[in-house]
Design a protein around this ligand. Structure first.
Ligand code: 3H9
Length: 684
């Protein structure tokens, strides 16, 4: 075992320090090292207090998630925690970085906690499909009360140390920049005062008022029903918190462990943990190591102040990066800027932003009608109309004025980035930065690698995503790149099912029940049928509805009619149009149950994902999963289409695709890559 432990004694205070990079996760070796340190301190007659601390960037950031799939190896975390709690000597946790999950649970086993000013604590297990399984659901309510514990554990949010101090989660904030020295001084003052050994598990004054009552939990469930839908871990968390009020600590702890184990064995938790690692994996590009050069981006030019350009601009303003916003006409420019301001104003009105922050962000915008105003910026992003000729024209113009080394980016969703790059004399400086609508909200950024893009340009794009709070996914050039391409096939199949007489409400229900926030047809109505059908010349259900001025939610309803409260009912007009268009196209009705509807909508997404992999557009299947989760809100507890396919079994998916191919044609023809994987008994 590597030596992770440093043991030092300062007069009568022992400091047990663990060093296990990168985040001091509480794996087997770390757990053993803590025990070793505590045993040493226990045996040291001169020692009256023990400080538990970590080296590196953080106090324990939680259990080691990589161990979850393997057989548990003693000492388990609860055993470590029990040992700390049984210490007859004073114990103090010295917190810095992000003591999360099992890390915070370990700290809560100590009598006292000291933290640096920038420490953030939390119990984020919900994000991994779990609950805090080493006493967190029993201890946190005892410290902060039931309502705060419900909010903190079900959200998994990180709490800054000032709030943690207020809540009683930490006892003292470090006054200087030497946490260990401050902790030793604190320990000495506690010894001098003969301070009590405060154990959180022995307290119940904050939970007593809720003992035997269930109203608070029911009200919490009801209030958050929409947010919690589909997340099994939340229900176990609420149940476990309730036990902290209803049962003695030891019994509550035992039940907490059972509820934790139940979740740990679930497919949803496996999916969420896969997503955790995948989110980090997508920024790793095999031929572009982290040491690759990065270009400095201190200023950005954005061409186009429409919905997309404005949304993109907000990302940079939020990151305190000045933006020159360029439009062709003054009124379009003014309108674009007023929309940005309105968006910020909404945040101010809801208390999420201060008026000063709004002003500061708006002050970072330089409006412009002149390309030469972009001559000194470090990055130019084009967000103009999705037409090759227009895009090329814009790139020729920016090539003429941009400074050497400036990155030229296109926000194109479907067009050939290589062709756009060839319109310039510097294709090596061109990349795609593909944002998802609404660009200030959706977390995905597809970084598109042109055939000639320089490695430092790609690396800068990937890093920049992090700066503006997005998850980057690298894509090669190909129609629709990753997310739009694989999700588009769901759209085609939705239209086919509708024309085959499947009730649109049932299609929406199937997708909603799977875990998406909205079904595809309700989504069409929300986006606007005029927007969706803009480029189509074919006579479709949508083109007919648009010709009747049924544009969706924004005007006269679309597939659905809407009342004043936006409650929808399927429109008889739409049903008639569907029947008419189906008759014109000679499409016959086909019966499909809910399982078949789901398979017909989502198995083609898996199949398209397999093609995207085979063509080398995406690097790995996890890139497709993250693109769908972050760009299209694919339910995180399904792990994305490719992970989900593995859980179904690829052979089963392939058999279904072949059956659909026989019945409905080549849209379902399995990707040769999928066939190969099945033949070789492999997974994505
Ligand atoms: C738990 O505690 C259960 C208990 O209640 C009960 C047990 C009985 N394990 O994110 P970064 C890796 S559940 C293993 O890029 P940052 C990560 O994969 C756990 N590995 O850095 C990455 O590896 P690589 C509750 C972990 O500075 C590297 O560390 N805790 C773990 O942006 C750097 O990570 C959590 O859920 C882990 N627990 O953010 C906290 N954590 O370099 C999860 C990280 O190979 N972690 N790694 O890609 C985080 O939220 C962030 O990583 C953190 C640092 C905020 C700590």
């Amino acid at each position: 075992m590597a030596n992770l432990l440093t043991y030092e004694v300062h007069d009568d205070v022992a400091v047990v320090t663990i060093d296990s990079p990168p985040v001091n996760a509480l794996g087997f070796d770390v757990r053993q090292s803590i025990i070793k340190g505590f045993e040493k301190a226990a045996a040291d007659a001169d020692v009256q207090a023990i400080i538990l601390a970590c080296k590196g960037r953080t106090f324990f950031a939680g259990a080691d998630i990589r161990e979850f799939g393997a057989a548990p190896k003693s000492p388990l975390l609860p055993e470590v925690i029990a040992l700390i709690e049984s210490s007859p000597k004073l114990t103090i946790a010295a917190l810095h970085g992000t003591p999360l999950g099992g890390g915070l649970e370990t700290a809560l086993a100590c009598h006292y906690r000291v933290a640096t000013a920038d420490t953030r604590v939390g119990l984020p297990e919900v994000k991994l499909g779990l609950l805090p399984g080493a006493g967190g659901t029993q201890k946190l309510p005892r410290l902060v009360g039931i309502p705060a514990a419900l909010e903190i554990i079900t959200s998994g949010r990180q709490i800054k140390s000032a709030e943690a101090l207020e809540l009683g989660l930490v006892d003292k904030l470090c006054s200087g920049d030497d946490l260990i020295k401050d902790s030793i001084d604190f320990a000495k003052s506690l010894i001098a005062q003969d301070a009590p050994r405060l154990l959180v598990c022995e307290r119940n004054e904050k939970t007593a008022e809720h003992k035997g009552k269930s109203d608070i939990y029911d009200a919490f469930r009801e209030k958050n029903a929409r947010r919690f839908r589909g997340f099994k871990s939340v229900e176990n968390i609420i149940k476990s918190i309730q036990l902290s009020a209803d049962l003695p600590y030891d019994q509550g702890l035992k039940r907490e462990r059972e509820l934790f184990t139940e979740l740990q064995q679930s497919r949803d938790a496996a999916a969420q943990q896969y997503v955790f690692f995948s989110e980090r994996e997508t920024s790793k590009i095999p031929d572009i190591p982290k040491t690759t050069a990065v270009r400095t981006i201190d200023s950005v030019g954005i061409i186009g102040a429409g919905t997309m350009g404005g949304g993109i601009a907000m990302n940079f303003l939020n990151a305190n990066i000045p933006v020159t916003l360029l439009e062709q006409k003054q009124d379009a420019l003014e309108h674009g800027i007023s929309v940005i301001k309105k968006n910020y104003q909404r945040s101010v009105n809801s208390g999420r932003m201060t008026e000063q922050a709004l002003e500061a962000r708006m002050a970072l915008i330089t409006p412009s009608l002149d390309y030469t105003d972009l001559s000194s910026v470090d990055l130019i992003i084009e967000a103009v109309f999705e037409t090759m000729e227009i895009k090329k024209d814009v790139f020729r113009k920016i090539d003429a004025i941009a400074k050497p080394g400036c990155i030229l980016a296109s926000n194109t969703s479907y067009l050939d980035l290589n062709e756009i790059a060839e319109a310039t004399k510097r294709p090596q400086d061109v990349i795609g930065l593909h944002f998802f609508s609404p660009a200030n909200v959706m977390n995905l950024l597809e970084v598109v690698r042109g055939d000639k893009s320089d490695k430092d340009v790609i690396n800068t794009g990937m890093r920049l995503a992090k700066t503006i709070g997005k998850t980057p996914v690298l894509s090669r050039v190909g129609w629709g790149f990753i997310a739009n391409r694989v999700m588009k096939v769901r759209g085609y199949q939705t239209d086919n099912l509708i024309l085959q007489g499947v009730n649109p409400e049932i299609i929406d229900k199937v997708i909603y029940d799977y875990g998406f926030a909205m079904g595809p047809i309700a989504m069409k109505d929300l986006v606007g049928l005029d927007v969706l059908g803009r480029d189509s010349t074919e006579r479709t259900v949508e083109s007919v509805l648009v010709s009747m001025d049924r544009l969706g939610q924004k005007k006269n309803g679309g597939y659905y009619d809407y009342d004043q409260n936006r409650q929808r009912t399927l429109s008889p007009v739409a049903i008639e149009v569907i029947q008419q268009v189906a008759a014109e196209k000679g499409i016959e009705a086909v019966a499909a149950d809910e399982d078949e509807i789901l398979a017909r909508l989502l198995y083609p997404v898996i199949n398209e994902g397999a093609k995207v992999l085979d063509e080398g557009i995406a690097l790995r299947s996890c890139d497709i999963d993250i693109a769908c989760i972050k760009g299209y809100n694919w339910p995180v507890y399904k792990g994305g289409p490719m992970f989900w396919a593995n859980t179904i079994g690829l052979e089963k998916v392939l058999t279904k695709l072949r059956e659909f191919e026989q019945r409905f044609g080549e849209a379902f023809t399995p990707s040769p890559y999928l066939v190969r994987l099945v033949e070789e008994g492999k997974e994505f």
